[in-house]
Write a protein that binds this ligand. Structure first.
Ligand SMILES: Cc1cc2nc3c(=O)[nH]c(=O)nc-3n(C[C@H](O)[C@H](O)[C@H](O)COP(=O)(O)OP(=O)(O)OC[C@H]3O[C@@H](n4cnc5c(N)ncnc54)[C@H](O)[C@@H]3O)c2cc1C
Length: 396
C-alpha cells in the first residue's frame, strides 16, 4: 500500500470521478474552441484551482492536497485524454512549488506555498534560454548579490505560464565563472506580476506568447529580466547558492512522470477512438476492424499503451518511495511519449481522411504528442540518462 498520499483509496476514487464529470460536462464541449483560438481557458483554470489541482502535490500543512505521484499521474492521464494543455497549467506550477517545498527555508515555505496551493499565485519553472535547452549549464541569466537583494539579468524562452502566471522559479548563474559550471547555478523564486493588481514589477519584461503546433490554449513564452531586484531571503531557494542545478533536475523528475502520464492519456484516447471507429467504418463489405492490416495496428497500439501505463505506475511508485528516480522516470517518459506519438499516428492512418479533419479528435492528439518527446528533457537525453543509471546500478 502507498503510504505517501494524504488521501485514502476511496478519496482517490471520488476525486478521479469528480474530475471525470468535470471533463465530460465542462471541458469536452469547449476544448476544441479554446485550442483552435489558442485562447487561455480562464474558467477552466478557475475550476482547477477550486478542485485543488494547483496544490495537488503540496503538503496539506501548506493547504495542498498532498497527493501521491501515483494518484497525480492518474489525474494527468485522464485530463490528457480530454485536453492535454490543461495539465500544463498546474504541472509547471507544481514543479516550481515542489522546489520550494523540498529545498526552501521555513520562511520561504510560509511565504510561497499557501498561495501556490490555492492557485491564487500561479507560475512555472524557467530553465530554458534562447541559447540553452538541453545544456542547462550553458545558461547566461545571472543573479548578483547586492546586500539583502539579488539583481537578475537575462532572458528565458519557451517558459510555460510565463505570460499568464505571476511567479517563476528561475535558474540563474550566481557565479558565472565556477567550474564545474553547475556549482555556480542557483534557483530564485520571484514574483513576475502582482496577482491582485496585475502590475508587473520594474525590470521584468513579459515577452510574446509563442505560436505552437499543439499544446495550445496554454501560454508558452519569453520573459526578460533587466536589473530586476528581488529579496534574497525570500527568493534564493534554501538560502544557499550553487544548488540550483540539483533543484532543477530534481524538479524535472516529477515533470517526467507527468509528461509520461500525458503520453498515456494521448495514447489511450487515440486507441479508444480508433477501436470505436474501426468497428463502424466499412470497406470491402466489412468493418475495417476485420481487416488484418488494421488489427496489426490495433494490437500494437493496445500493447504499447498498456506497457506505458505500467511504466508510469512504476515510476510514480518509485517517486513516492523517495530517493533517486531518474532512471524510472526516464524509462516511463521515453516509452510512454514515443508510444503516444506512434499511437496518434496510427490512429490518423486508421481514420483515413477523417483523421486529418478538424471535426474529429485525432488531429489534435497528433499535434499534441510531439511536445512530449521534447519537453522535460528530450527523448535522446532520456535514453542516455537511463543507460548511465542502468550501468551505475549494475557494476561489473
Ligand atoms: C511547448 C513547450 C513548452 C516548454 N515549456 C518549458 C518550461 O516551462 N520551462 C522551461 O524551462 N523550458 C520549457 N520548454 C523548453 C524545453 O524544455 C526544451 O525545448 C528542451 O529542453 C530541449 O531544448 P532545446 O529546444 O534547446 O533543444 P536543444 O538542446 O538545442 O537540442 C536539439 C537536439 O539535439 C539533441 N541533443 C542536445 N544535446 C545532446 C546531447 N548531449 N546528446 C545527444 N543529443 C543531444 C536534443 O535531444 C535535440 O534532439 C518548453 C518547450 C516547448 C516546446
Amino acid at each position: 500500500m502507498d503510504t505517501s498520499s494524504a488521501i485514502t483509496e476511496a478519496d482517490e476514487r471520488a476525486l478521479l470521478d469528480s474530475i471525470d464529470r468535470w471533463l465530460t460536462k465542462k471541458v469536452a464541449p469547449v476544448a476544441s474552441r479554446f485550442e483552435e483560438a489558442d485562447e487561455y481557458p480562464r474558467e477552466l483554470v478557475a475550476d482547477m484551482c477550486e478542485m485543488g489541482l494547483f496544490g495537488a502535490l503540496i503538503d496539506p500543512e501548506w493547504g495542498g492536497l498532498g497527493l501521491s505521484a501515483l494518484t497525480y499521474s492518474k489525474i494527468v492521464a485522464r485530463i490528457s485524454e480530454e485536453w492535454m494543455s490543461l495539465t500544463g497549467f498546474f504541472n509547471s506550477h507544481l514543479m516550481m512549488a515542489l522546489i520550494v517545498q523540498k529545498f526552501g527555508t521555513t520562511a520561504q515555505k510560509d511565504h510561497w506555498l499557501p498561495r501556490f496551493a490555492t492557485g491564487e499565485l500561479r507560475g512555472g519553472l524557467a530553465l530554458t534560454e534562447p541559447g540553452a535547452g538541453t545544456d542547462l549549464q550553458g545558461i547566461k541569466t545571472t543573479a548578483k548579490r547586492v546586500g539583502d537583494t539579488y539583481t537578475i539579468d537575462g532572458s528565458k524562452l519557451w517558459i510555460t505560464n510565463a505570460i499568464e502566471g505571476d511567479a517563476l522559479a528561475v535558474l540563474v548563474k550566481t557565479d558565472p565563472d565556477a567550474q564545474p559550471r553547475h556549482r555556480g547555478m542557483s534557483m530564485l523564486v520571484v514574483q513576475t506580476r502582482d496577482e491582485k493588481t496585475g502590475v508587473v514589477p520594474p525590470g521584468v519584461t513579459r515577452g510574446r506568447k509563442l505560436p505552437k503546433l499543439g499544446y495550445r490554449g496554454i501560454d508558452t513564452g519569453e520573459i526578460g529580466f533587466s536589473g530586476f531586484v528581488c529579496d534574497a531571503a525570500l527568493s534564493l531557494v534554501g538560502g544557499e547558492e550553487g544548488k540550483g542545478f540539483l533543484m532543477a533536475t530534481g524538479g524535472l523528475e516529477i515533470g517526467r512522470v507527468n509528461v509520461a502520464a500525458r503520453g498515456v492519456g494521448i495514447a489511450r484516447r487515440a486507441l479508444r477512438e480508433s477501436v470505436a471507429y474501426a468497428q463502424v467504418r466499412q470497406t470491402m463489405g466489412k468493418p475495417i476492424a476485420q481487416h488484418q492490416a488494421i488489427q496489426l495496428k490495433i494490437g500494437e497500439m493496445a500493447a504499447k499503451t498498456r506497457a506505458s501505463e505500467l511504466l508510469v505506475e512504476d515510476a510514480a511508485r518509485a517517486y513516492d518511495r523517495g530517493g533517486r528516480v531518474d532512471m524510472e522516470a526516464g524509462m516511463a517518459k521515453w516509452f510512454a511519449t514515443e508510444t503516444a506519438f506512434e499511437v496518434a499516428t496510427d490512429a490518423m492512418r486508421i481514420f483515413g481522411a477523417n483523421g486529418y479533419s478538424k471535426e474529429y479528435p485525432i488531429e489534435r492528439l497528433y499535434r499534441d504528442a510531439p511536445l512530449l518527446i521534447i519537453g522535460e528533457g528530450t527523448n535522446e537525453m532520456q535514453r542516455i540518462i537511463i543507460a548511465r543509471q542502468y550501468i551505475a546500478r549494475n557494476p561489473n
